[in-house]
Each structure stands twice: as structure tokens, then as C-alpha cells.
Design a binder for this molecule. Sequence first.
Ligand code: CA
Length: 404
Amino acid sequence: MHTIDLVILFCFILTLVESFPSSTEPPYSVFGRQNKVRPRFRRRELVQEEVRKTMLTYMTSLKGEITDVVLEEMIDYYNSQTSKLYRLEKELSSLKNSSLPTLQNGTTMNDLIMRLSKQQRSFASNISSMEYKIKNLTNILNDLLNELQKPVQHVRRLISIKKDFDDNEIPIDCDDIFRQQSPVVSQGIYRIKPRLSSESFDVQCIFENNTGWTVIQRRMNGTIDFYRGWDDYKNGFGDLRTEFWLGNEKIHQLTNQGQYILHVDITPWDSSMRTAEYEKFALDNENENYKLQISQYQSAISTAGDSLSSPWDNANGASFSTFDRDHDNLFYDNCALTYHGAWWFTSCFQSHLNGAYVRSPLALQNTARNGLHWNTYALYHSMKESTIRIRRKHTSETSEALAI
Ligand SMILES: [Ca+2]
């Protein structure tokens, strides 16, 4: 109800009150009697007072009603605004979602991004964890490798010690073998390693008179061809069980680790063995063409004569020659080629035990110029056998020799 409507109602009630007769006077007395006006006026004031009281009460209640209405309207408005806000938010959310592409299963890209972000964070966490584990494993592996290095280094030390021990144990020549294994040693093939040699190698050993001889050349049946070039004579060839040349390099290594004695055994086709021994024998290195160092012929014990260092044809200081390395003294001839062999040729030789193997009876004829010769025994007779061996001379032997 509006305020204007209430004012009109109030005026209408007042009009009704003014026209009403007194309640104590019958209605007909209003028209006919003037001496009765004062009592009627008094009742009208009382009625007006009653109306005012009633209106005040009514307005007060109306005011309360208006207040409640306003509150209700405000609550309604709040509720409506809240609803609108909720709808708006819903619409906005819907609008936001609807603005993104929707996947086939109904999930939005936003959800997918959220899940992917979550998975990405999880994946990053896993990666960090894996990196930490890998770092730990790396440290463990490094520790293990360090631990493994210890036994490896230990084994290497053992191998090195064993090598040194072996090197010290390997004899440097046949005399060393005799002194290590005596008295059970017997003639045969043994492994030696001269001090100047980087590798060990086999040699044939002859043991006699409490010494060991290293054989450097052997001829006995002509099974091995001795007409060979420089490299073969350098490295050696043949068979240690039959015929062979040990090799100039090995002979050089042997004869430069001490003073060596040279002993030559020659056996003619028609006679017993003869010998020639020299107290000093050595070969220079290859750069010096394995030059022969020979001296101190032992005439007292030798029966073949001196065919290496005799005054009329001294091979001491002569270079080694092969048919492909002519180091002899003849500019117009190649002794190795002419006499079918290899030796410390001079002009050309007094001895030559690497020649062709000539058999009897030709060997006994002076025409066999290319055979195995030791001219101080028999001029141009070719030998049936020859053995050239060397032995290291010990300090005690030198002292004894000086004492005598
Ligand atoms: Ca020549």
C-alpha cells in the first residue's frame, strides 16, 4: 500500500467522524434541537482522538511492515544478485570452456593441459630422482674401478717382478747353463738370452771340461744351403740339430757381454778332427759390417793352425761379406760370390767354412776351391765337418792365467 493511498484513507475516515452524531444521542436530535450542540462537539473530539490513536497504531504497524518488505526485497535482491552472479560465473566458466577445443572424449584442452602439466611435474621429479641415482651409481662405479685398479696394478707389479726374475734366471750363454744346471746337464739345445739381446733364443750347447760352449756354426752333411745373402747371415738359418749359422747379430750380442774364446773344430774326410782356438773373439755390430775381432791364437792347444789371424792373411778387423754385400779387400772381385759362401774375406781367405759342401773324393782334391777350407791344415781341401763354438772367459781364468 502506497503512502498516498494511506493519506486518502485517513481523510475519508476524518470526514466520516465529523458527520457522525453522538453515540449517546439518537440520530433524529441532530436535525431538530440546537441546545444540544456542546455535548456533540465533545464526543467528536473524543472520536477524533480515537482515530488518531488508531491511525498511529496503524502507521506504526505499517512502518514495520514496510521495513520487513524492504528487508525481504533486499534479501530477494541479494539472492537474485547472488543467483545472477552464480549464473554469470557459470556462464563465464561455460564460455571459457566452450571457447577451448573439446576432445573426442569430452575433456577440454584445459583439462588436458592441466593433466599434462601434472605429468610434466611428475616427469621432472622422476628425472631429478634418476639424475640423483645416476650420480650415486657413477660414484659407486668409480669407487669400484679404483678398487679394481689395485689388483690390476698388483698383477702388473707381479708380472714385472716375474719378468725381472725370469730375465735374471735365463742364462746368457751355454756356460751360464752349465753353471746353473751342473752336474746333470747334457749336450743339446737350450734357450739363452744375452744381456744385449731383447729376446731369448735357442742355441746348441756343448759341455766339456766343466764349461759350456755355445755353437755358432755347424757343418756335417750338406743338408743346409749356406750360399745365402746378408740378412740370412745376420739373422741365422739352418737347423740347430744338424747344420746352421747362428746369426751375426746373435754372435755380436754374445761376444759383447764379456770376453769370448773361439774354438774351431774341423774334421777332414781323410783324418781325425783338428782344432784351432783363439782367446779373443768378438763381432762388431751391423753398422761395422760385423767386423771380426780375433786374436791370441792358442798354438799350444791348437792342431789345425792359425787360418784366421796368421801374419800373411790376417782376418782380424775384416768385415763380413756375402754375395750381396761385398766388403772384401779385392775391388775387382767378390770373394763370397766367387767362392760360393760368406765369411770375413780379405783377399780372399785363409779360411772359409761357409762354402759349398764338397764330398769326398772331390773334397780331397785341391781343385775344390769353393768348399769348407782351413788352409793352414790342408790347402784347398774341403772339410767333412766343422763346428765353431764360443765360450765366455771368466775373471778367475784370467787371474789364473796371469798367475801362471
Ligand atoms: Ca770385392
